[in-house]
Design a protein around this ligand. Structure first.
Ligand code: DQQ
Length: 491
């Protein structure tokens, strides 16, 4: 398929009621991890794992899009494709983009014969054209003498004249691991050892799997954070983060938590520091439909909105959609402040894509429910329950769709201080992102009824003061309009 053939495909999906309008999706086919997230001379760059030929994970190449606001994206030519005789002949897997003294450089995992090895590609000044390094792969395998479960994905940074790289891995029979290398030139690498090794035999406080994908180490608000995507030969996939301190090749963890309560619906995230100093993260919101359903749809996977990370006073990660997202807010409805007791409810119609903000003052013992994507008769509804005493949120997807799709319950702990609860909820057709006092929960839901657009706020137990209840219809982001479709290069 040529790039220009992708253009009508993106437009064709606009009538698909499951296709999100402001969450980034590939023009057609399959999308998984965000890659190479960066800002160059003011422009944001997003690369992503892409199969334009079918909505399944095969023959992966790097799609590319640019933006000035992290919301409206413009498709660019495909950035990396497998070389028939290269170490990436079966796929260009995940990686990052670094600035090598002004030279944009991608470090990615070349995939061939079920093995992944680190490779480099050098970009021109537009970041549209990429040339593979003739020396690829730049490492010939995992460290000698180790027995690893896998070896892929990269986090690369520079300290003075020395480059450092983490590669995601796991020691067989022990647990996941982030392996540290150093290099003077991004090409010759020396192994320094693991910065952290998990335990696959411990389930508490959180099982950390047998392999860590998409490792990401950064410093934020005086704390070091290590994000990894827990992977296992079974069907276990979820991102977690460790807080702690990193020095001299050793990460000393303090706490470990789920990164997003939606688990696999916010998988393989990548973060970067933008030119204004914000730590921005995006993750892959994989489908909750089966292969037959995605095959019929013709596309699979979207990315979360870009989120700004910060650290709360109690040391947890706080996520918030980038403020730029308010730029596509359209028709606004504001509900007057009022109290809500058990048994009372407020019902509104959100008409499709919406951005919802609620500020509640809750008493001890209170339980409130927010129904989303609700048909007037309640036959289809996705319900969020907030339990103040337990400090939990729970998302019930058992009635989200009249067709069989993933309905696993999702939820977990949130922070509530002084009875104040701020809920930000992004409803974008099948993509749902909830932020409860900054704790995120991403999910996919597939309502079938055209009238499943209602919102209902209900008191279940105790008293709630609804201080603020605002929602906005959302305009489609530019990647969904014909004006942005300017793919030019054939492949
Ligand atoms: N996806 C990539 C890998 C990574 C995985 C392949 C995570 O590099 O480990 O598409 O979803």
């Amino acid at each position: 398929m040529t790039d220009s053939a992708l253009v009508p495909r993106r437009l064709a999906y606009d009538n698909d009621p499951a296709r999100p309008r402001f969450h980034f999706g590939a023009p057609t086919g399959w999308l998984n991890d965000p890659n190479g997230l960066s800002q160059w001379d003011g422009t944001y760059h997003l690369f992503y794992q892409f199969n334009p030929d079918a909505p399944r994970h095969a023959n992966i190449l790097w799609g590319h899009a640019t933006s000035t606001d992290l919301v409206n994206w413009q498709d660019r030519p495909i950035a990396l494709t497998p070389d028939a005789d290269g170490p990436d002949r079966d796929g260009c897997w995940s990686g990052v983009l670094v600035d090598d003294d002004g030279v944009p450089t991608i470090v990615y995992s070349g995939h061939a014969d079920d093995v992944q090895l680190p490779c480099l590609a050098i970009g021109d000044s537009t970041l549209d054209t990429w040339t593979k390094d003739p020396a690829n792969p730049v490492l010939s395998g995992p460290p000698i003498g180790t027995d690893v479960t896998a070896f892929r994905d990269h986090c690369v940074w520079r300290e003075g004249d020395t480059w450092f790289q983490l590669i995601g891995s796991g020691f067989r029979g022990i647990g996941g691991a982030a392996l540290l290398y150093e290099s003077p030139d991004l090409r010759s690498w020396t192994y320094r050892g693991p910065i952290l090794v998990g335990s696959a035999s411990d389930a508490e406080p959180l099982w950390t799997g047998t392999m860590w994908e998409c490792v990401d180490l950064f410093e934020l608000d005086g704390t070091h954070i290590l994000v990894v995507s827990v992977w296992d030969e079974g069907d276990t996939h979820y991102p977690i983060y460790f807080t702690g301190s990193y020095a001299d090749g050793v990460f000393t963890p303090q706490e470990v938590r789920p990164l997003d309560l939606g688990l696999r619906h916010f998988y393989a995230p990548q973060s970067f520091r933008d030119e204004s100093g914000r730590r921005i993260i995006m993750g892959w919101m994989q489908e909750g439909r089966d292969d037959r359903q995605t095959g019929e749809a013709g596309w699979s996977g979207v990315l979360s909105v870009a989120r700004v990370l910060s650290v709360t006073p109690s040391g947890r990660l706080h996520h918030a959609p980038v403020p730029e997202l308010t730029g596509i807010r359209a028709a606004h409805t504001s509900v007057a402040a009022q109290s809500l007791t058990a048994g009372q409810d407020m019902v509104l119609d959100a008409a499709g894509a919406a951005d919802l903000e609620l500020e509640l003052a809750v008493e001890p013992g209170t339980i409130v429910q927010v129904d989303l994507l609700r048909s007037p008769d309640g036959a289809e509804v996705t319900s969020l329950t907030i339990d103040v005493d337990r400090r939990t949120i729970a998302l019930d997807r058992s009635r989200s769709s009249l067709t069989p799709t993933d309905s696993t319950p999702l939820g977990g702990e949130i922070e509530i201080e002084d009875g104040a609860l701020h809920l930000r909820i992004l409803i974008d057709r099948s993509a749902l992102e909830i932020f409860a006092n900054g704790t995120p929960l991403a999910a996919r839901v597939y309502p079938t009824r055209h009238d499943a657009t209602g919102i209902r706020l209900a008191g279940v137990r105790g008293d709630t003061l609804v201080r603020r209840f605002d929602f906005w219809e959302m305009a489609p982001a530019a990647s969904h309009s014909a004006a942005s479709l300017s793919l030019t290069t054939e492949r």
